[in-house]
Ligand binder design. Structure first.
Ligand SMILES: Cc1cc2nc3c(=O)[nH]c(=O)nc-3n(C[C@H](O)[C@H](O)[C@H](O)COP(=O)(O)OP(=O)(O)OC[C@H]3O[C@@H](n4cnc5c(N)ncnc54)[C@H](O)[C@@H]3O)c2cc1C
Length: 387
């Protein structure tokens, strides 16, 4: 594997860096106030202004085709862009479910009409997508979900409930799994449906998170009629009844490299090293912990480069995505816990490190819990017997 960047790639990095610097400064000036959490209504609106600016500069989804709002960049260039994005301190993407989870599956399973109709609106933050998988009795055991869709003339009738829907209260659309074959069980007979949240019969009820933000929603479907043409190209992604395969591809994006690119953790590791320097070096144990966490962020970068090498050679992301998920989620906790220990009593204050730490604690839960990822690694990568 050649780890050096070509002149073109270096030029791409310089262009991204310059654009981010100018545009972040302009966006922050326009806000005339602090940048708020994207999981509050006001913060969400602020973040959308930023993301539309990204789209205007064709940086919202760099690896997508130009006619979908991207710039046709390679996966390597995308990694460079992500590094620059986080290095510049640019905000978390509130459109991430659409850009990083739904879109790769639309590219893989969607029709041309779905790709052309859905993707530009995702990139420009016109349609804001949330993920509707978890139900009150179907989290880790997703295949036990009971929300159902019944085929009728010109569409589907939806019944059921989703929960833990991140930013559902602020979004316009939901992608979710529904049982569409009556009498089917487990992962058979499910369909991956694309649902505008203003569909009559759909009720969205937001609720607060433990950290005080309003990021979650429950979504209820009560005889909701979803017309076939409610989304360009049709509301079923992939084959009806075969939604599990599409959902597993989306899960691969969520656990693997697209949702959590290494740039984010490299930037946090560098901020941690800066904090150590600022605080006068800490004791030997803390210095070692900072160095360990920093090296793990570098290791994640190298692991991702390896994964991209496979993807660039036409291979699919498989159960290895579970290993990435275990690594980044545990690393995020470690980076933030080390920072809090460096801060000592100051860690009690509300600030980026304490907020980041609170959110890092959810990393081992969302995108499939780490216990479940360990099961996947044990069974599918190591070939250990199922219990
Ligand atoms: C911040 C955050 C954002 C989220 N956003 C979304 C979203 O946008 N959309 C969405 O659909 N969902 C979302 N979720 C839900 C998330 O996917 C679920 O919480 C997760 O899949 C676990 O499901 P559960 O909460 O029902 O826990 P359970 O499945 O009840 O698990 C409880 C505990 O039992 C363990 N366990 C369960 N089964 C096994 C097993 N077979 N082997 C070993 N241990 C096991 C689990 O690891 C866990 O520790 C989000 C969650 C969080 C925390």
């Amino acid at each position: 594997m050649d780890l050096s960047w070509s002149e073109d790639e270096k030029g791409f990095r310089r262009e991204a860096r310059a654009w981010l610097e100018t545009n972040l400064a302009e966006w922050r000036d326009e806000l005339a106030g602090p940048v708020l959490s994207g999981d509050t209504p006001e913060g969400f609106a602020q973040h959308l202004r930023w993301e539309r600016r990204l789209f205007a500069g064709r940086w919202a989804a760099v690896s997508w085709a130009p006619h979908h709002g991207g710039r046709g960049a390679s996966l390597w260039e995308w990694l460079l862009f992500e590094e620059e994005y986080h290095r510049a301190g640019a905000p978390m993407r509130v459109t991430q479910n659409g850009v990083f989870l739904l879109a790769p599956s639309v590219y893989e399973f969607g029709t041309a009409a779905q790709r052309d109709g859905i993707l530009p609106r995702v990139a420009n933050a016109d349609d804001l997508w949330c993920q509707g998988w978890s139900e009150p009795n179907a989290g880790s055991d997703l295949a036990s979900l009971t929300s159902a869709a019944r085929r009728v003339d010109g569409g589907w009738v939806l019944d059921g409930q989703k929960t833990w829907t991140t930013r559902g209260a602020f979004c316009t659309h939901l992608f979710g799994l529904f049982r569409t074959v009556a009498g089917s069980t487990r992962h058979h007979g499910l369909s991956y449906l694309l649902v505008p949240l203003d569909t009559p019969g759909v009720t969205v009820r937001g609720f607060g998170r433990l950290d005080g933000d309003e990021g979650f929603a429950e979504v209820f479907f009560d005889q909701a009629f979803l017309a076939d043409e409610a989304v360009p190209g049709g509301v079923v992604l992939g084959e009806p009844g075969n939604g599990w395969a599409v959902a597993m591809a989306t899960a691969g994006s969520e656990r693997g490299l697209t949702l959590r690119s290494p740039g984010r953790f490299l930037a946090t590791a560098n901020r941690l090293a800066g904090l150590l320097a600022e605080r006068g070096g800490g004791d030997a144990v803390l210095r070692r912990r900072v160095a360990d966490a920093w090296m793990k962020a570098e290791a994640y970068q190298l692991h991702t480069l390896r994964a991209v090498t496979f993807l660039a050679a036409g291979e699919q992301a498989g159960p290895e995505a579970s290993l990435s998920k275990l690594w980044w989620s545990e690393l995020d906790v470690e980076l933030h816990e080390t920072a809090l220990d460096l801060l000592g009593p100051d860690a009690e204050r509300d600030g980026p490190w304490s907020r980041g730490w609170q959110f890092s604690l959810s990393g081992p839960i969302y995108a499939g819990t780490n216990e479940v990822q360990r099961n996947i690694a044990a069974e599918r990568l190591l070939g250990l017997p199922r219990r």
